[in-house]
Design a protein around this ligand. Structure first.
Ligand code: DAH
Length: 339
């Protein structure tokens, strides 16, 4: 009897029903007047007194598990039939996700992807930043006019807090907490007190890059950015560097890529020069390394920073930066097919 009950318990456990009719047949088989459970209770009379306690418990367990099974299967079947009545076809494949990625996210992800393939990893920092991380550690001298290069939204004087004007502040945060080798890429939102126009906005996005190790040279900078430009704009892309000035790099440069619209022949996007500027870069100034407690006798590094809006405008030939912030579906839907 014990073996029989155990076998029935297994059967109940493994049972499932696809319809209410099947479930009813199951119920009758076990709990019906002539069902298996009443039959077991009838046989119980013949059980020897020493085994009665155990057998009684077993039969009750079986009865209970049949009842539980019925309740839970009925629940599931009821839900399914509700769904069927509601007209849902559960066998249909899922719809593709609603909505699309914003063009700025598409390009940001692509930039991160390109650099992560050569060992850079993402780091982020706060949008509300203190004077030290946004300016001082980056070698902007106190009260120096260089701070006016970036029209800052100040929040508070003491402590000195502002909305970060560039993602270069994340360089400082990364170097403060990590010793070289460092290969970091930092995307994020930045803020400047500028009038909004087709070419400028008070909120925009940048990606900052930083590479610090022993023996890092300008050659490494050039090769890294050359690789990046070809990955992003196509393998025939050329690059050129023009000397520039940033307080946190020495020497500093701006990098142009050959115009991806006209292939360098000259068009209105590149103002008939064949070149478009895409980023600022340079060798990390030893003062910056020192401010972040990195041995500037042992280590050198390069850094670069670019505006995501600008790159997106070039890549997709968008001629008004304000479009990125208006969320007009007619604009956003054009990026549906992009990654
Ligand atoms: N922070 C600069 C800006 O907002 C961009 C930049 C230039 C970043 C040169 C760098 C760099 O890391 O080396 O205009």
């Amino acid at each position: 009897m014990k073996n029989k009950i155990n076998a029935l318990l297994k059967e109940v456990e493994g049972f499932s029903a696809e319809s209410l009719e099947q479930l009813e047949t199951f119920r009758i088989k076990f709990l019906g007047k002539k069902g298996l459970v009443p039959a077991l209770f009838a046989d119980f009379k013949t059980v020897v007194p020493e085994e009665r306690r155990e057998m009684g418990q077993l039969i009750n367990t079986l009865k209970q598990s049949v009842q539980n099974k019925i309740v839970s299967l009925k629940d599931t079947l009821d839900q399914q039939s509700d769904l069927q009545d509601s007209g849902f076809d559960l066998s249909l494949p899922a719809l593709s996700p609603m909505g699309t990625r914003h063009p700025l996210s598409i390009v940001r992800n692509e930039i991160i992807d390109i650099f992560s393939r050569i060992g850079f990893s993402v780091s982020e920092g706060p949008e509300i930043e203190d004077d030290f991380h946004n300016f001082t550690a980056l070698n902007f001298p106190e009260d120096h006019p260089a701070r006016d290069m970036q029209d800052t939204f100040f929040i508070e004087k003491d402590p000195d807090l502002a909305l970060r004007t560039h993602t270069s502040s994340v360089q400082v945060r990364v170097m403060e907490k990590t010793q070289p080798p460092i290969r970091s890429i930092s995307p994020g939102r930045v803020f400047r007190n500028e009038a909004i126009s087709a070419r400028a906005h008070c909120i925009f996005h940048q990606v900052e890059g930083l590479y610090v190790d022993e023996n890092v040279s300008f050659t490494d900078l050039k090769q890294t950015l050359f690789y990046f430009a070809r990955e992003l704009f196509g393998e025939n892309t050329k690059i050129r560097f023009r000397p520039s000035y940033f307080p946190f790099t020495e020497p500093s440069a701006e990098m142009d890529v050959s115009c991806n619209i006209c292939g360098g022949k000259g068009c209105n996007i590149c103002k008939y020069t064949g070149w478009v500027e895409i980023l600022g870069c340079g060798m990390v100034d030893p003062n910056v390394l020192e401010a972040c407690h990195i041995d500037n006798k042992k280590y050198t590094g390069f850094a670069f920073g670019m505006g995501i809006e600008r790159i997106t405008m070039l890549k997709y030939q968008v001629n008004d930066l304000r479009l990125f912030f208006e969320n007009d579906l007619r604009f956003l839907k054009q990026f549906e097919a992009a990654r």
